[in-house]
Design a protein around this ligand. Structure first.
Ligand SMILES: [Fe+2]
Ligand SMILES: [Fe+2]
Length: 328
């Protein structure tokens, strides 16, 4: 009830006599006063109650709002928690399968490593058998092959080739003359100047060597070296007359190392040349017989004393293998 309604009610309470001429009832004023007071008090109480009700309504409304907001936040948090849980589960699953994949890959790599190690061992055994047979036949020495291998590796390093390639060039170089197993002894060991016919038989050792080394990837470089180590930079070599970079890099390097070692070693038909004389012959062949860049590297190695060190280290290891025999 509003304040105005209360006032209306008070105004309608009529305690005055109906006839103004009639004497007023005793105590009427007092009653009217009391009634007004009572109405005022009621008004005040009413207003206060209204205010309290409005305040309460406001507080209630605010609290409802806060509660709703809180509920929304709770909902969002629950949702986020669910999403986070799902995400964590997905992640754990991914990690699990990633770990399994990695373990599988590691197992495969290990098997691959074992297989390639076996292949390498088999290949190296094959090399030593081939080389042994060829050196017996050719009467070359193991030290010639050791020096050629070390020179080839030193040149490869000097040219900045990757270590794995240097190693491959090295072990492949010792097979450069395996094809001589098929060359008849009387031609191979001839101490007189060869006839054209005999020389064409000698040339065959390059082709035979390549064939003997089969088709395995392990011998790919060895096959190229066997076939091309007598080719020349100017195209006047044999068996194919390849020139320049048509000749594989490995064969161009072996060519320099092999000729230098042949010149500076004693053979049944000649004395050993000095290192200086051998190096001069190699330098003279740059751009004709040999790749000039490789010759430049080889000359640098000589100046640095690397060739001399290799030669004496190989001689020392040969002494260890054959104690009591004089150095060759
Ligand atoms: Fe040869
Ligand atoms: Fe040789």
């Amino acid at each position: 009830m509003s304040d105005d309604n209360t006032k209306d009610m008070v105004e309608t309470v009529d305690v005055s006599p109906r006839d103004p001429d009639l004497p007023q009832a005793p105590g009427a004023d007092v009653f009217r006063q009391l009634l007004h007071q009572a109405v005022r008090v009621a008004d005040m109480a009413n207003s206060q109650a209204m205010r309290m009700a409005l305040d309460f309504a406001k507080v209630y409304e605010r609290e409802q709002g806060v509660r709703k907001e809180f509920e929304n936040q709770l909902k969002q948090m629950t949702l986020m928690e669910k999403q986070a849980t799902r995400y964590a589960e997905d992640l754990a699953g991914m990690l699990r399968s990633e770990r399994e994949r990695r373990q599988e890959l590691e197992r495969a790599l290990e098997q691959e490593r074992i297989a390639s190690e076996e292949l390498r061992r088999t290949g190296l055994q094959g090399i030593s058998h081939l080389v042994l047979a060829a050196t017996i036949k050719d009467r070359t020495t193991g030290t010639h092959l050791q020096r050629v291998r070390r020179y080839v590796e030193a040149i490869g390093e000097r040219l900045g080739l990757p270590a794995a390639l240097v190693e491959e060039f090295g072990y492949s170089s010792v097979m450069h003359d395996v094809g001589k197993i098929h060359t008849p002894d009387h031609i191979l060991q001839s101490e007189h100047v060869l006839s054209d016919a005999e020389f064409s038989v000698i040339k065959q050792h390059c082709i035979d060597g390549e064939k003997m080394l089969g088709t395995a990837r392990f011998f790919e470089t060895a096959r190229a070296i066997a076939r091309e180590h007598h080719e020349r930079w100017d195209g006047k070599g044999y068996p194919d007359g390849k020139k320049g970079e048509e000749i594989s890099l490995a064969a161009r390097i072996v060519s320099v190392a092999d000729v230098f070692d042949a010149l500076t070693s004693k053979r049944p038909y000649k004395e050993a040349w000095s290192a200086e004389a051998g190096l001069k012959a190699i330098e003279a062949g740059a751009g004709e017989r040999f790749d000039p860049e490789i010759v430049a590297g080889f000359v640098a190695l000589a100046k640095e004393g690397v060739l001399e060190r290799i030669s004496s280290e190989v001689a020392a290891s040969d002494d260890d293998d054959h104690p009591g025999t004089p150095a060759k």
